[in-house]
Write a protein that binds this ligand. Structure first.
Ligand code: ARG
Ligand code: ZN
Length: 872
C-alpha cells in the first residue's frame, strides 16, 4: 500500500492540453474532459494508459472521437486503465460527481452553497479521470456552466476569454490558462460572490488586475489582505526579481477549507480565516498571519507553480522554499527579531515534538501511504530552516544567483530537491554533498557543547559533539553539516570579542561548521574569559546543550549583541528555575522562587527599549508545551504547577512594575496592524496576564474596562480570555454571554469564542467542550470549528490529559466520526494521542486504549497510517 520514492517512473503518457466543461449541479455535476495525450518516446507501444479517478461515475469514453467498447478498458476504485492507445491521441470522457456530498473537502465540493475546489495533492482524481501527478503539465481551457441566480460568478484559472447566456436561466464562462500546469493547481469557484478590485503594475509594466472574491457580508474584511498582496508582489520583485505572469490575480475566501490556503494558478483559494480581517473581529496575530499566508500563496506562483515538484516526495522543494520566502517577507515588513523569535519558539515546540514522535519523517520522506499526512511541520518548517541554512552557507548574493538559475533553468518543469541544491552549489562553489543529509535524516540533532577558557594562553576551546536520536525506520544516523553561528561575549567588557580561529580574524560573530561527530574549535587571542553565545539566530534546527550557569544566562540576557540569543538566554534561565520547581512539586517539597529570575525580569522591565514587541517576547515564560518538550518524561501537573508558581511569583514581586507598564502602554490611537502598535499592545497585554495570574483587584478593573471599551479584537479577546480563565465567574459569564450574542453572526469570531472557553484551566473545560459541541454555531463538517473547539481543547494540557481519560476518549470519539466525514482533518486531530510514549504509565495506558479503539474501526487510509505508526 505505501508508495516509495525509489519506485519513481516518469509518466508513460503526458497530457499536452486539457479542456474541461463543468455543468454544475449539487448532486450531479457533469464533467466533460477532452485531453490531448502523447506517449513518451522511450515507452513501448503496448504500455497501457492509466488514469487516476476516484468516486466518479463514468458516463462516456472515446478516443479520437470513437466511443470505447467496454472490453477496451477497466475501471476500479483507483482509476481507469485502457489496454491499447495510439502514440498520440485525444481522449474524451464524461463523468458525474456530487459536490454536495463531498465532506472530505477534496476535489469539487460546496461550502455554504458555493462551489470550490481543492486539488493538491491528489484531489483532481475526484473530478475527472486524469494522470493526477505533478510531473504531467498541460495548458488548460475550462468552461463552467452554472445557474445565473445561484452562481452569478464563475471562476477558473487564467484569463477569461468568453462568456454567454444559455437556456433555462443558465450561463457559462470560459477560462484559459496559457501556462502549462499540473492538475493539482487547477481551480474552479462558482457562487454568489462580491469582488473587491485593485491594480498592480509590475516591474516590466504589466498591468495586473487584483480581485478578492468574498460573500457580501465580508466585503469590509478585505482591505488588509489586498494591501498585503500588493506588498508581497513588490517584495518578490525587489528581493527575488520575480514578476507576476498573468493579467489577473484572484483570491477567493471560503468557509470550509482543510488548510490555510491554496496557490492555484491565478486563482488562490483561501480559508476565510486566512484572508478576512477587521480590527473589530481579528487579532493582531490574525492580521500578521493573513499577511504571511497571502504572501506565501503569492510566492508559490514561482516557487511551486512555474517550477513545480516532480513527485510528492519533493513537497518541501516548494513548501520549504516558500515558507522561507514568506518568513523573510514578514521579517522585512514587521519586527524582524520578533518574527524570528515567534517562528523559532513555535518550531522548537511543535516540530521538535513531531521529530521526536512516532510519525517522525525526513523533510523528504522516502515512502508514504497518504500524502495529505505529509503536509507537516517537518516538510514545511524544517524544510524552511534547511533553505535558510543554505542561504547562510552560500551567502545572500550567491543564494539569489542560485535562485535565478533555478527559476530560469527549470521554468515550466517538475523537478527535485537535488535540482535546487545543485543550483546553489554551482553558483557558490560550496560543496553541499554532506548537507543533503538534512533532507534524508529524520529526528532533531542534538549538540553537546563544552567550553574551556585557557587563561595562560588566552585561548578558548569549544568542543561540539553531535548526535541524532534514532527515529522510526532510521536507527543509524550520519553526522550532519551543522552551521553554528556564534560569538564570545567577554565577561569583563560585556562586549563581543573579536574572534581569531585557526589564525584567521573572523570579526565578532562567526559561523563554525560542525561536520564530524565531534570537533574542537580553538579561538586564540581571547583576552578575557568569555561566555559563548551559541547558535545565534537559531542558525540550525538543532537542540544546543551547554552547561550555562544562571549567572552566565543572566549575563547573556543583558549583554548578548544578538537579540535572538538574548531572548533565548531568558528562556533558558526560566527553564532552569522551572526544572527545580517541577522537581520540588514532584517531591512534595515547598516551592521557592529563584530570585535571580525575578531580578532578571525586574532588570528587563527597567531597561529602556524601543522594540516593545521584543520586550513582550522576553517577558513571556516558556509555554507548558515547550517545557514539556524539554522533559524526559512529561509530568503534566508538575509543569502546570511550576509555571503557575513562577508566573504568580513574578506578578507579586513586580506588581507595581507591571501596573506601570500596563498604564504606560494604553492608547486610543485608531487601530492599525503596524509593528509599533502591535508591540505596544503585546507588552501591555503581557503585563495584564501576569497581574491576572494573581487576580489582582486593579487588574480585574483593567480587564473589565479593556473588554468593555471594544477598541479592537486584540484587546477585547485578551481581556475576555483572562476573565474566563480566572476564577471570577461572576464577571466572566456575563462578558462571555455578551460577546457570544454580539458575534453570533460571525463564524470567525465564534471560533475565538469557542477557543477561549475550552482552553480555560478550570476543571469544567471538558464539560464545556461537550456542551459547546451542541451549540448551533458548531459543526463537525467545518474544519475551523473542529480546530477551534476540539483542537484547542487538546492543547489545554491539564484538562486534555485528565487522569480519568475523559479528554482522550472525547478526542477519539471525534476522530472516529470525522474519519467518515473528513479523513484529512481526522488524521491531523489524532496528533496529541500519538505522543503517548512521553507520559506517565497511567496516561500512556489511557491514550493507548483510545488509539486501539480508533484502530478497531473501519478506517480511511489517512487515519490508518497515523494510528498504525502511533501503535507500532
Ligand atoms: N500548497 C498549500 C500551501 O502550502 C497547501 C495545500 C494543502 N493540501 C492538502 N491536501 N492538505 O499553501
Ligand atoms: Zn505552501
Amino acid at each position: 500500500q505505501p508508495v516509495y520514492l525509489s519506485d519513481y517512473q516518469p509518466p508513460a503518457y503526458r497530457v499536452i492540453h486539457t479542456e474541461l466543461t463543468f455543468d454544475l449541479d449539487p448532486a450531479q455535476t457533469r464533467v466533460k474532459a477532452r485531453l490531448s495525450f502523447e506517449r513518451h518516446p522511450d515507452v513501448e507501444a503496448t504500455t497501457p494508459l492509466f488514469l487516476n479517478g476516484e468516486q466518479l461515475t463514468l458516463t462516456s469514453l472515446a478516443i479520437e472521437g470513437q466511443p470505447l467498447d467496454e472490453s477496451a478498458y477497466r475501471v476500479d476504485e483507483y482509476g481507469l486503465t485502457i489496454e491499447r492507445v495510439p502514440a498520440s491521441f485525444t481522449l474524451e470522457s464524461e463523468v458525474s460527481i456530487a459536490p454536495e456530498a463531498n465532506t472530505a473537502l477534496e476535489g469539487l465540493y460546496q461550502s455554504k452553497g458555493m462551489y470550490c475546489t481543492q486539488c493538491e495533492a491528489e484531489g483532481f482524481r475526484r473530478i475527472t479521470y486524469y494522470p493526477d501527478r505533478p510531473d504531467v503539465m498541460a495548458t488548460f481551457r475550462v468552461t463552467v456552466i452554472g445557474d445565473k441566480s445561484r452562481e452569478p460568478v464563475l471562476l477558473a484559472n487564467g484569463n477569461l476569454i468568453e462568456k454567454g447566456e444559455l437556456e433555462g436561466n443558465r450561463h457559462f464562462v470560459t477560462w484559459e490558462d496559457p501556462h502549462p500546469k499540473p492538475c493539482y493547481l487547477f481551480a474552479l469557484v462558482a457562487g454568489d460572490l462580491k469582488k473587491i478590485e485593485d491594480h498592480f503594475t509590475t516591474m516590466n509594466g504589466r498591468k495586473v488586475t487584483l480581485q478578492l472574491w468574498v460573500e457580501a457580508e465580508n466585503v469590509s474584511k478585505t482591505e488588509h489582505a489586498m494591501a498585503s498582496l500588493k506588498r508581497a508582489m513588490t517584495w518578490d520583485e525587489e528581493t527575488y526579481g520575480r514578476e507576476y505572469d498573468l493579467d489577473l490575480f484572484m483570491i477567493v475566501a471560503v468557509n470550509d477549507f482543510n488548510m490555510g490556503a491554496m496557490e492555484n494558478k491565478g486563482l488562490n483559494i483561501f480559508n476565510s480565516a486566512a484572508v478576512l480581517t477587521h480590527p473589530d473581529t481579528a487579532t493582531d496575530a490574525a492580521f500578521q498571519q493573513v499577511e504571511g499566508i497571502v504572501a506565501h500563496e503569492y510566492f508559490h506562483n514561482w516557487s511551486g507553480n512555474r517550477v513545480t515538484c516532480r513527485d510528492w516526495f519533493q513537497l518541501s522543494l516548494k513548501e520549504g522554499f516558500t515558507v522561507f520566502r514568506d518568513q523573510c517577507f514578514s521579517a522585512d515588513t514587521n519586527s524582524a527579531p520578533v518574527k524570528r523569535i515567534q517562528d523559532v519558539s513555535f518550531f522548537r515546540t511543535a516540530q521538535f515534538a513531531e521529530d521526536a514522535g512516532p510519525t517522525a519523517h525526513p523533510v523528504r520522506p522516502d515512502h508514504y501511504i497518504e500524502i495529505t499526512n505529509f503536509y507537516t511541520l517537518t516538510v514545511y518548517e524544517k524544510g524552511a530552516e534547511i533553505v535558510r541554512m543554505l542561504c547562510n552557507l552560500v551567502g545572500w548574493d550567491a543564494f539569489r544567483r542560485g535562485s535565478d538559475l533555478y527559476f530560469s533553468r527549470f521554468d515550466g518543469q517538475a523537478v527535485t530537491i537535488e535540482d535546487f541544491v545543485t543550483c546553489m552549489e554551482e553558483v557558490s562553489g560550496v560543496d553541499l554533498g554532506q548537507f543533503m543529509r538534512w533532507y534524508e535524516q529524520a529526528g532533531t540533532p542534538e549538540i553537546d557543547a563544552h567550553g574551556e577558557y585557557d587563561y595562560a594562553h588566552a585561548e578558548y576551546h569549544l568542543t561540539l559533539r553531535q548526535r541524532t536520536p534514532a527515529t522510526p525506520g532510521q536507527t543509524d544516523k550520519e553526522p550532519l553539516h551543522i552551521p553554528v553561528r556564534m560569538g564570545l561575549v567577554g565577561t569583563k567588557s560585556g562586549q563581543d570579542l573579536t574572534l581569531t580561529l585557526d589564525g584567521e580574524k573572523q570579526g565578532k560573530d562567526t559561523v563554525v561548521h560542525l561536520r564530524g561527530d565531534e570537533q574542537t574549535f580553538v579561538f586564540t587571542e581571547v583576552a578575557e574569559a568569555p561566555v559563548p553565545s551559541l547558535l545565534r539566530h537559531f542558525s540550525a534546527p538543532v537542540k544546543m546543550h551547554f552547561p550555562y550557569s544562571r549567572e552566565d544566562l543572566a549575563f547573556l540576557l543583558t549583554h548578548d549583541s544578538d537579540g535572538f540569543n538574548r531572548w533565548d538566554a531568558g528562556q533558558r534561565l526560566a527553564m532552569l528555575a522551572l526544572d527545580d520547581l517541577i522537581a520540588a512539586h514532584r517531591n512534595g517539597v515547598e516551592k521557592v522562587m529563584d530570585s535571580r529570575v525575578t531580578d532578571a525580569y525586574r532588570a528587563l522591565l527597567a531597561s529602556p527599549t524601543d522594540d516593545k514587541a521584543v520586550l513582550a517576547e522576553m517577558l513571556a515564560l516558556p509555554t507548558e508545551a515547550y517545557i514539556a518538550e524539554q522533559q524526559p518524561l512529561v509530568d503534566i501537573d508538575a509543569i502546570h504547577a511550576a509555571r503557575e508558581f513562577v508566573r504568580q511569583s513574578l506578578a507579586m514581586a513586580l506588581r507595581d512594575e507591571f501596573i506601570a507598564v500596563y498604564e504606560a502602554n494604553q492608547s486610543n490611537e485608531r487601530y492599525a496592524p503596524t509593528p509599533e502598535q502591535i508591540g505596544q499592545r503585546s507588552l501591555k497585554n503581557v503585563a495584564l496576564s501576569y497581574l491576572m495570574s494573581i487576580e489582582d483587584e486593579q487588574a480585574i478593573v483593567f480587564c473589565q474596562t479593556q473588554f468593555e471599551a471594544e477598541h479592537n479584537m486584540t484587546d477585547v479577546r485578551h481581556a475576555l480570555t483572562l476573565l474566563v480563565h480566572s476564577d471570577r465567574d461572576e464577571m466572566a459569564s456575563p462578558a462571555l454571554k455578551a460577546f457570544g450574542e454580539k458575534w453570533a453572526h460571525d463564524p470567525l469570531v465564534m471560533d475565538q469564542w469557542f477557543t477561549i472557553q475550552v482552553t480555560r484551566p478550570q476543571e469544567d473545560a471538558l464539560e464545556r467542550v461537550k456542551h459547546l459541541m451542541q451549540h448551533p454555531a458548531f459543526s463537525l463538517k467545518n474544519p475551523n470549528k473542529v480546530r477551534a473547539l476540539i483542537g484547542a481543547f487538546a492543547q489545554n494540557r491539564i484538562n486534555f490529559h485528565r487522569l480519568d481519560g475523559a479528554g482522550y476518549a472525547l478526542l477519539a470519539d471525534v476522530v472516529i466520526e470525522l474519519n467518515r466525514l473528513n479523513p484529512e482533518i481526522a488524521a491531523r486531530l489524532i496528533t496529541p494521542l500519538t505522543r503517548w510514549q512521553r507520559f506517565d504509565e497511567t496516561r500512556q495506558a489511557l491514550m493507548h486504549k483510545q488509539l486501539e479503539r480508533i484502530k478497531a474501526q473501519p478506517l480511511s487510509s489517512n487515519v490508518y497510517e497515523v494510528v498504525e505508526k502511533a501503535l507500532a
